[in-house]
Design a protein around this ligand. Structure first.
Ligand SMILES: NC(=O)C1=CN([C@@H]2O[C@H](COP(=O)(O)OP(=O)(O)OC[C@H]3O[C@@H](n4cnc5c(N)ncnc54)[C@H](OP(=O)(O)O)[C@@H]3O)[C@@H](O)[C@H]2O)C=CC1
Ligand SMILES: Nc1nc(=O)c2c([nH]1)NC[C@@H]1CN(c3ccc(C(=O)N[C@@H](CCC(=O)O)C(=O)O)cc3)C=[N+]21
Length: 310
């Protein structure tokens, strides 16, 4: 076995392009199709169509990509989508009022408020206002607390998607050194919790970390989520490591249009890494597939409570 391929995948070859590039788009499509079949069965059994409410305040470019792709996929799996686009000037109280209405609406099983929010709104107050059983982003204190205690709950979509991609190339992650660059509540922190649950030795690097490059070079598994395009160069990567690039930045392209890039310099990383996710076509599509998965899970849980009380 080549030194560059210390871990051979147990997944079908079709899921990995060139043996190295992890096909997030393909793996996400398989998960989305499965959710679609399960939604059809759930509705056939006489249950309410699962409904997802998405709230976007202002216009963050990464959020706009997400909103567009999410609307297409929600429809594809047969769920209802409720979009709320609010102006940048929205106050925290206005947003909390909307969340209270969504919490009370029986057609809505999942609520997602896009981050980042404008400066006048406290994201923690907002994520905590979402009823825990509708918190399909898993960011409120109940679900985040459950994750850190290792209790079943709703797991944040992006880290869950990253974990699924890792599992497509690693049968067992026990004892591996996982380095997560970025420590946000949305990605870095829950990712670290999931890797810990997989028995990895986890290091989290953030803006105050002094030797991020040296730490990255020790990683068997490297997850990068900073939003700093081009941060991770080829010489930051240990030969054979698995690299998961979460970053999404829109940059100008040669043809006068724009394109999306990650936090990793892909062309430099590709020859060194054992496995790597591309941008686009890596983590992004998995985030959406996991959101649909979480929404179906939330709809099932709500139905189970209703069935038990009837
Ligand atoms: N593909 C997908 O599905 C998703 C992609 N994203 C993308 O992932 C990226 C990260 O998102 P998110 O976590 O929400 O972003 P945040 O800005 O909330 O967090 C970024 C984290 O990275 C840290 N950081 C920034 N620069 C460096 C650096 N040079 N070295 C080490 N750490 C650094 C920050 O530290 P500090 O806060 O102290 O400055 C912070 O902990 C963005 O590009 C976003 O668009 C996000 C969600 C889903
Ligand atoms: N509460 C909250 N939860 C989030 O999960 C969240 C958020 N807020 N705010 C914004 C970021 C960003 N994000 C993306 C998800 C999918 C793609 C995605 O589909 N990407 C495709 C893009 C394809 C294309 O259109 O070119 C890809 O990478 O292949 C992008 C970005 C979720 N985020």
């Amino acid at each position: 076995m080549s030194m560059l391929f210390p871990e051979k995948s147990s997944e079908p070859a079709s899921q990995i392009v060139d043996g190295k590039i992890i096909d997030g788009k393909g793996i996400a499509r398989a998960l989305t199709d499965q959710v679609g079949r399960e939604v059809a069965k759930f509705v056939e059994q006489g249950n309410t169509i699962p409904g997802l409410a998405v709230v976007l305040v202002g216009n963050d470019p990464a959020s706009e990509v997400y909103v567009k792709n999410k609307a297409i996929q929600t429809h594809r799996v047969g769920m209802r989508s409720f979009m709320h686009m609010l102006p940048q000037s929205t106050s925290q109280d206005e947003l909390l009022d909307l969340i209270a209405q969504l919490n009370a609406n029986p057609k809505i099983h999942g609520i997602l408020v896009q981050l980042p929010l404008p400066a006048q709104i406290d994201p923690v107050a907002v994520t905590n206002a979402i009823a825990p059983h509708k918190d399909v982003d898993g960011l409120g204190e109940v679900n985040a607390g459950r994750l850190s205690l290792g209790i079943d709950g709703i797991v944040p979509c992006t880290p869950l998607g990253c974990l699924m991609l890792l599992k497509s190339v690693h049968e067992d992650m026990t004892g591996k050194h996982a380095v997560v660059i970025g420590a946000s509540n949305l990605v870095g922190k829950p990712m670290a919790q999931l890797l810990l649950k997989e028995n990895c030795t986890v290091t989290v690097a953030h803006i105050h970390t002094r030797n991020t490059k040296e730490l990255a070079r020790e990683a068997d598994i490297l997850v990068v989520a900073t939003g700093k395009s081009g941060l991770v160069r080829g010489d930051w990567i240990k030969p054979g490591a698995t690299v998961i690039d979460v970053g999404i930045t829109r940059v100008p392209a040669e043809n006068g249009k724009t394109r999306l890039v990650g936090d990793v310099v892909f062309d430099e990383a590709l020859p060194v890494a054992g496995h790597i996710t591309p941008v686009p076509g890596g983590v992004g599509p998995m985030t959406i597939a996991c959101l649909l998965h979480n929404t179906l899970q939330a709809a099932r849980a709500t139905q189970a409570v209703a069935d038990a009380s009837s």
